[in-house]
Design a protein around this ligand. Structure first.
Ligand SMILES: C[S@@+](CC[C@H](N)C(=O)[O-])C[C@H]1O[C@@H](n2cnc3c(N)ncnc32)[C@H](O)[C@@H]1O
Length: 286
């Protein structure tokens, strides 16, 4: 009886060996991608859940600015874990310039990058690794990861961790409710969502919107402000209250500029900052 037992377990060795190789190569399903909302500023406005996932990451995908920003606020992101910038060639100054001058070249590069990122993440997950993709603010509000990089990616392979969005921090800076009694709805939009890449969606929607008391929040580079203001001026009065919340949530840099539709473009030009600001229109900006 004893002898038979030994023979059986010896026979099982190759099977166990192959199983180990398989698990090592294809993972034990414990690998996962986390798309983590890092909040609008530094780690004091990042959710505890997000920070603990970043701590347990094997591999991190983020913009070069993210570890720098968090270091400034005293939170260390291990540079040894950062694989590469997943948005290289998709967003950023250089990419935006190419997008304007040669859209097809930009689109081809962006598609190549998306494939590269998805293949990289899949290979890490298959090896049982925890991959963390860091998004600014909340990943579900104009976050480039879900919206762009993970298009078509198997949903069972990733989780999304909510983050505080720039609009939450902007509301706090304004010390106003976006949803006060007479406001019918809050609109989160961008010039491209509203008007299309080349204005092909038109601006009729603004005409309809202008009938209602709305809080409008525009996600955009402030370099596009002239175009948005010109469109708003067709349907809204010159005294429509507008606020720009610069660096919402940053303890040392946050700044609120309050103005009106007629004067906002000039007021913004007087300031140096051209990039990080949220454009808020409506009563809460008064
Ligand atoms: C690609 S979107 C990312 C939005 C992000 N997912 C969120 O939930 O806040 C980038 C735009 O968000 C706005 N933004 C992001 N962080 C901001 C901040 N701390 N202060 C002001 N605006 C911010 C700016 O309009 C910027 O052009």
């Amino acid at each position: 009886m004893h002898k038979v037992k030994i023979v059986l377990s010896t026979a099982a060795i190759p099977f166990v060996f192959i199983l180990c190789l398989f698990l090592n190569a294809y993972g034990d399903n414990s690998g996962k991608l986390y798309v983590v909302g890092m909040g609008p500023a530094g780690p004091d406005l990042t959710a505890t859940r997000a920070l603990s996932i970043v701590r347990k990451a094997d591999v991190i995908l983020c913009s070069p600015g993210m570890p720098k920003k968090f270091k400034m606020f005293g939170t260390y992101i291990d540079p040894g874990k950062v694989a590469f910038n997943p948005w290289e060639g998709i967003i950023g100054e250089k990419a935006s310039r190419l997008k304007k001058t040669d859209y097809d070249a930009w689109a081809a590069g962006a598609e190549k990058q998306r494939k590269k990122v998805q293949e990289f993440v899949r290979s890490k997950i298959e090896k049982g690794k925890t991959v963390v993709m860091m998004d600014g603010g909340d990943p579900c509000v104009y976050g480039p990861s879900i919206h762009y990089l993970l298009k078509g990616f198997d949903e069972s392979l990733f989780e999304v961790v909510a983050g505080l969005g720039a609009f939450n921090a902007a509301g706090a800076a304004l010390k106003q409710s976006f949803t006060s009694n007479d406001v019918r709805f809050v609109l989160l939009t961008s010039p491209q969502s509203m008007f299309g890449k080349n204005g092909e969606k038109g601006d009729d929607i603004l005409k309809d919107l202008s009938k209602y008391e709305t809080t409008m929040i525009w996600y955009m580079s402030l370099r596009s402000i002239d175009k948005v203001v010109a469109q708003l001026q067709k349907y809204y009065p010159p005294d429509l209250p507008i606020a720009i919340v610069y660096y919402a949530g940053y303890p040392d840099k946050e700044k609120v500029l309050k103005s009106r539709l007629a004067s906002i473009v000039n007021d913004v030009k007087k300031l140096d900052e051209q990039w990080l600001g949220l454009f808020v229109a409506g009563k809460c900006a008064e």
